[in-house]
Design a protein around this ligand. Sequence first.
Ligand code: P6P
Length: 355
Amino acid sequence: MVNTQTGEDFHIRLEDAQALDRDCTTLSRHVLQQLQSFSPDAQDISALMTRIALAGKLIARRLTRAGLVENALGFTGTVNVQGESVKKMDIYANDVFISVFKQSGLVCRLASEEMEKPYYIPENCPIGRYTLLYDPLDGSSNLDTNLNVGSIFSIRQQEGNDEDGSAKDLLQSGRKQIAAGYILYGPSTMLVYSIGTGVHAFTLDPSLGEFILANENIKTPAHGPIYSVNEGNFWQWDDSMRDYIRYVHRHDGYTARYGGALVGDFHRILYQGGVFLYPGTVKKAEGKLRLLYESAPMAYLIEQAGGRASTGTQEILDVVPEELHQRTPLIIGSTEDVTLVESFIKEQARISNQK
Ligand code: P6P
């Protein structure tokens, strides 16, 4: 475009051009860039992520108005397979993912924290070869006080034909995941994902209705000041966990942050470093968090970001579940901090072996 007065070519300012390019880096474009391919597989992964983004937008829209919409908040009066009271928003979020994927032709099953058995795509719908495992609304106890909640997802390829509907092929280690991430419903809605080529964060621009690239190739510091744990369980833990907490209480440079929702607590550590712990207790040695759609997707992300995720004695991504809703203890975050927690567990085991 030539300026008629000066005869010079007109270009928008560099920073405007950069901002325009960033605004055009949508999630689907970014996934294809990451895969450096337009193959059918790449298109499938991009389409899967686009559907997840749509689910996130629908849930975010409902959440922003939940306090105003009749009957959106509160309990359903039912208890889920986890033995937890179910909130109306849990069911809404669960159904959003089903609705978004039912006609997509991308998945054959959806396995959710809220459903005892996987949901099989009906015969009259196009069937895909992926399985979505998800926690539709993680931390929903935060809803009544307008605090952050999230959706966690993990994508696996179906193996075999699952003719008996037992979904046994899902009972494999987290290394079988081909994509994982979460949507954080906070002051802004963010979608964080990885398909094995680093961890990338997108912020929802409501005016565009698009998730726009915010941070690419996020790396978790090797050590961070944050420890994130529910210290209300202190007297239910093994001595090793208590010894770790006593250690951080007695040493400078640590600060406690705990929001009661895994997605928000993890997101903070992903960026700032530190460690999130949900160890086993005397009552629940396996802990509270579910492996297939909470710990394993987060472990996939943290390893992609240069961190670690452990049960305390085993890498989370190496755990092979025996049932769909299996729980595991979770210690996740900066490599040095996860290793420090494990050192207390090893010391406790050494002392016990000497007795
Ligand atoms: P507690 C939410 O219910 C959740 O599953 C995670 O999001 C969260 O980290 C944890 O449980 C909180 O559990 O026992 O500290 O309330």
